[in-house]
Write a new protein. Structure first.
Length: 336
């Protein structure tokens, strides 16, 4: 057996011998620590933990799902979101906007008795970071966890956190959607005004009987030729007068018709964009699917009294043993 192993055995034997010689004070200290830890654990404030579970949805353009003729799974507003959607929603949940929205809704400054503190905002942020937790699970769902001394308050705040995050996201999207709507509406109004003006101008030619220039001229020319062949002077004059009208106003009618056709294509595109922007500005869908709403827990999550007693007792036992060892070593070195 090596000297090192022998030394370890001697040290262990010496420690056990020392513990057995000091068993009475160690036992008394252990019992006192156990009783003290038990008493302290009953005075520690209880906290209840409530959780809500969400799945993010795809943040797609809502109007495309209803109005666009394009196909593709990327516009499926009923599909669960992907990694980036979960990250975006968690970022909103962890934002200051979310924190202060919850503070305003539940008056948390007064609820945590911080209203008279000079650094109440700093202290409130500490409370918030300790008691509110937002995390992404391995299944890409989002878990909202709230701890509070009141189980019903914990559940209410967890559910409110989800609702407020959805409201904040809608506000962010709405800002851009309304700005886009105003731009597109201006374009749509311009296209509509130009189209109406051209149609009003074209009404002049309609009043003259010019509706379909090519078809009508073809038919009038045929009628004129038939009247000449038949020698019908009245029909010849009538057809000649009508052809004169088409000859006089035909170029203007054709120019306006071509311009109206081009303008109408512009109008159709502007109207489609306007309808999409209007839906995006006025309508919205939730940013997530609620899997589990938070409910008031039946049992507290903190403190775990057995764990508090065990840690307190072991700490006191180890500390007292170290103190006794130090005292014994000092006595051994003291000259006789």
């Amino acid at each position: 057996m090596s000297n090192e192993n022998q030394q370890n055995i001697f040290n262990t034997e010496n420690l056990l011998t020392f513990i057995s010689s000091k068993w009475k004070p160690l036992l008394i200290i252990t019992l006192l620590a156990m009783i003290s830890s038990a008493v302290v654990s009953f005075y520690m404030p209880e906290k209840f933990k409530s959780k809500a579970l969400l799945f993010p949805s795809q943040n797609n353009n809502l109007s495309r799902a209803f109005l666009s003729e394009e196909t593709g799974g990327s516009k499926d507003f009923l599909a669960f979101g992907e990694d980036n959607n979960a990250d975006q929603l968690v970022q909103i949940l962890k934002s200051d906007a979310e924190m202060y929205a919850l503070e305003k809704k539940f008056d948390l400054i007064h609820y945590y008795n911080l209203q008279d503190k000079w650094d109440k905002d700093y202290l409130f942020k500490g409370y918030y970071n300790d008691l509110f937790e937002y995390s992404i699970t391995q299944y890409e769902s989002i878990e909202i966890t709230v701890c509070d001394r009141n189980p019903h308050m914990a559940a209410d705040m967890a559910n409110a956190a989800a609702y407020l995050a959805d409201s904040i996201m809608k506000q962010l999207i709405s800002q851009r959607a309304i700005a886009a709507y105003n731009i597109v509406k201006s374009e749509y109004d311009s296209a509509l005004a130009v189209t109406n003006k051209l149609e009003d101008s074209l009404q002049f030619y309609h009043n003259l009987g010019i509706l379909q220039w090519v078809y009508q001229v073809k038919e009038l020319t045929k009628g004129y030729a038939d009247a000449v062949v038949k020698g019908n002077a009245a029909s010849v004059k009538e057809m000649s007068d009508k052809l004169a009208v088409f000859q006089k106003y035909g170029n203007g009618f054709l120019t306006l018709s071509n311009e109206l056709e081009a303008t109408f294509e512009w109008y159709k595109q502007a109207r489609a964009s306007y309808m999409q922007a209007k839906v995006n500005a006025e309508k919205s869908i939730p940013a997530f699917f609620t899997i589990d709403k938070a409910v008031a827990p039946d049992r507290k999550s903190y403190p775990i009294r057995a764990l508090v007693v065990a840690i307190g007792t072991m700490t006191a036992l180890i500390f007292s043993l170290l103190v006794l060892l130090i005292i014994n070593r000092l006595k051994a070195r003291r000259p006789q």
